[in-house]
Design a protein around this ligand. Structure first.
Ligand code: LLP
Length: 431
């Protein structure tokens, strides 16, 4: 199995953290997202352990909630000592309503609205990661009006392309996020931000990408960022005390994937931070990380009911399910690969190769192609694995499909954490 929390019962049913997925599908209906709370907590602890062991705990892990956002996840990560990375007023609102302390929240966004900036300043959001000069000017004005001085980090493009097979330092400046180093734009932004009287410039931020399987691009980014912090000290006489190194560690989506464990990645990053600080005689900064996928991705799966099977001779076999791109748009968007199995016959070999199709009126509404699967029959429960990140959070209502329910399993016991949308929910805002 893809992750150790997935097992098969004597009757051949797929279990997640001890809970029978076939029984869950029957009780809660499908499509259904099922998340393993114990695995999520274990990952949170794993991150905190490395930070404590390698860096005396001088930092904060902020769960990147774009990966999966609902009130319960903020409560869970908060109780494990994590903060949250939010990217919108909606995520901030959800986090705050769940009781996440404002000072543990980092606000992101390359196009923040005044509403978002006002909310952040008014609620006392711990760190605002500023992306561009217009935002700095607007935030300074808003903070001045409110008589506050929010803590600001600046988003920098470290020029590392982590997605090529052998990562390269491209000096890539064509990204909508942040200030480029090479052009001098980042240094100018630091100078501008430090001159604003209502902003408390505390440090820098970078994020080199997502689903990154190797350690080296992360370590390289840390070296670049610290080198830049040393340059800022030299040129502007400013010693910035904080460095946020973003998220990005990858997870196993298929049997072939072999990502470096996040613990190894964080250890390599912290090693690079310490070594570069020693080289530049720069004080070790307070560090922040923003992992999303590696905390929730492998902890979730999605259950569907097989509605029909269609074999097109010499072409392909479709297994058609009662969900699809509305609950998981990742194949349609990125041709992302997943493992799937028939949850009620999980002990049998996956002897067929199929295309799993969704219910939307859209040919591209697929969960995957060339997927090995047990011979499917109408009424079977199909489980798609490793859907905990960027599935529920990217769900949509195309064709007025109500968004699916989310259950969380702790110690073998499941409870609903997000209700299934009702027909009334669908028309709530229609006039
Ligand atoms: N911090 C920042 C500033 C980010 O932009 C992201 C992700 C993260 C942290 C969390 O990255 P993670 O640890 O989850 O890799 N929808 C895409 C993924 C988009 C990621 C965007 N930013 C997908 O489904 O693969």
């Amino acid at each position: 199995m893809l992750t150790p929390n997935l097992t098969v019962s004597p009757e051949g049913h797929l279990l997640i953290n001890g809970a029978d997925t076939v029984a869950l599908a029957k009780q809660h209906g499908t499509p259904l997202y099922v998340m393993d709370e114990d695995m999520i907590r274990e990952s949170c602890r794993g991150y905190n352990d490395v930070l404590r062991d390698e860096y005396a705990g001088k930092g904060l892990i902020c769960y990147a909630s774009k990966a999966f956002s609902c009130k319960e996840i903020y409560r869970i990560v908060d109780s494990e000592g994590l903060g949250a990375d939010c990217i919108s007023d909606g995520e901030m609102y959800t986090a705050l309503s769940a009781g996440m302390p404002a000072e543990k929240i980092v606000l992101h966004g390359n196009s923040k609205t005044d509403t978002e900036l006002r909310m952040a300043v008014e609620k006392g959001i711990g760190r605002i990661v500023c992306d561009n000069l217009s935002e700095l000017a607007r935030l300074n004005a808003i903070a001045g009006e409110m008589g506050r001085q929010p803590k600001v980090l600046l988003r920098v493009k470290p020029g590392i392309d982590a997605h090529t097979h052998e990562f390269v330092q491209t000096g890539k400046i064509d990204s909508k996020f942040g200030f480029a180093l090479e052009t001098g734009e980042a240094l100018a932004a630091v100078e501008a931000a430090s001159a604003y009287e209502n902003l408390n410039l505390a440090g820098l931020h970078c994020h080199i990408g997502s689903q990154i399987l190797e350690t080296e691009p992360f370590a390289a980014a840390a070296r670049v960022m610290l080198g830049f912090m040393a340059e800022i000290r030299e040129k502007l006489g400013l010693t910035l005390p904080e460095l946020n190194l973003g998220g990005g560690p990858g997870i196993r989506y298929t049997e072939e994937d072999d990502p470096k464990p996040f613990g190894e990645i964080v250890r390599a990053i912290l090693g690079a931070v310490k070594a570069t600080c020693a080289e530049c005689s720069f004080p070790e900064p307070y560090v922040l990380f923003e992992p999303g996928r590696s905390i929730v991705g492998g902890a979730g799966l999605t259950l569907y009911t097989v509605m029909a099977k269609k074999t097109i001779p010499n072409i392909r076999t479709y297994v058609l399910v009662d969900g699809g791109m509305c609950d998981n748009p990742r194949y349609a968007l990125y041709q992302s690969r997943y493992e799937a199995l028939i949850a009620n016959r999980a002990d049998q070999p996956r002897s067929e190769t199929v295309t799993v199709g969704g219910k939307c009126c859209e040919s591209g509404d697929l969960i995957g192609e060339h997927m090995p699967l047990q011979p499917a029959e109408d009424g079977d429960i199909l489980a798609v694995l490793a859907t905990g990140a960027y599935n529920y959070s990217m769900a949509m209502n195309y064709n007025r499909n109500p968004r699916a329910e989310v259950v969380m399993v702790k110690n073998g016991e499941a409870r609903t954490v997000v209700r299934r949308e009702s027909y009334e929910d669908l028309v709530r805002n229609d006039l």
